[in-house]
Design a protein around this ligand. Structure first.
Ligand SMILES: Cc1cc2nc3c(=O)[nH]c(=O)nc-3n(C[C@H](O)[C@H](O)[C@H](O)COP(=O)(O)O)c2cc1C
Length: 266
């Protein structure tokens, strides 16, 4: 199935600054988030969800703990997260779900909140009931949302070490020849490189074709790769915008994930 490219939305420059500050947090204090902060995040969710047929983000202010499944301390388990956001869409909109989800995660980071994408250990049926799904829609993933405990627990530290959560593939691996690319494309891929991905697998490869920045798949992809690509596309677009270039995502040619065409923003 070919997936629709992310729908262009107005990007907030504070999301660019949040890219470097964001890390996944899996242990929360359980303390409720200030309602005024939740209101601001809710406005962002609503704005990002306004395109019919595209992805949406649904803020759940009081997250039922049963939505977070999995063993305490295991991969995927977020403990004591007071709130969550569910990322919703059809299977065809999976790239857009990743794009919208990461915009929410970065907006939350900019508000001083902690997050963790969770595509594995959550209960999609329970989450679906909280999100009022449309036809053919499902909850692809959620993010935990709250204030992380000041200290990372031993199990999370071990997990982060095994995922090598802080490390990323080099630009030479993901974007061979990048040194000769235009400045905006270099900023795009440097920002993309920091994107989170399921189990930190980083399924993206990049090249230029004329003016366009082209995203393709690494040799091996896996279940969360469609979300990861959407996340990466938002990061690339934020980097390009930071360098003064706006554009649009269009469907990739055969075998490609998508293309970013500069200067064609409406
Ligand atoms: C789509 C997606 C799904 C993820 N699912 C889970 C998950 O189920 N459980 C979990 O503990 N972490 C999950 N993560 C977090 C990744 O493991 C994490 O982003 C990666 O290891 C990089 O670490 P960082 O986010 O701290 O930079 C997910 C991340 C993404 C992008």
């Amino acid at each position: 199935m070919s997936l629709m490219p992310p729908v262009s939305r107005t990007l907030d420059p504070v999301w660019f600054d949040a890219v470097k500050a964001r890390i996944s947090s899996r242990r929360y204090t359980g303390e409720a988030i200030d309602p005024a902060l939740l209101d601001r995040l809710d406005q962002t969710c609503e704005r990002l969800s306004a395109t019919p047929g595209a992805a949406s983000a649904v803020l759940v202010r009081e997250a039922p703990p049963e939505v977070f499944t999995g063993l305490v301390g295991s991969y995927g388990r977020a403990e004591d997260s007071p709130s969550l956001v569910a990322f919703v869409g059809t299977d065809e909109a999976a790239h857009d779900v990743g794009y919208v989800g990461e915009a929410v995660v970065l907006a939350a980071t900019a508000l001083g909140l902690d997050t963790c994408w969770i595509a594995a250990s959550f209960d999609p049926e329970r989450a679906g009931r909280l999100a009022a799904l449309g036809e053919h829609e499902r909850v692809h993933a959620i993010t935990a949302l709250g204030h992380a405990t000041g200290k990372i627990g031993v199990s999370e530290r071990l997990m982060r070490a095994s995922l090598r959560a802080r490390s990323r593939l080099s630009l030479d691996v993901i974007a061979p020849g990048h040194e000769s690319w235009p400045a905006w494309a270099q900023e795009a891929i440097s920002t993309l490189r920091l994107a989170p991905s399921g189990a930190n697998k980083q399924p993206w490869r990049l090249h230029m074709d004329g003016e366009a920045l082209v995203v393709t798949e690494a040799p091996k992809v896996y279940r969360t790769a469609p979300l990861d690509f959407g996340i990466a596309m938002l990061h690339a677009e934020l980097g390009a915008a930071h360098a003064g270039v706006s554009g649009t995502w269009v469907a990739g040619l055969d075998g490609e994930v998508a293309r970013f065409v500069p200067g064609s923003a409406s």
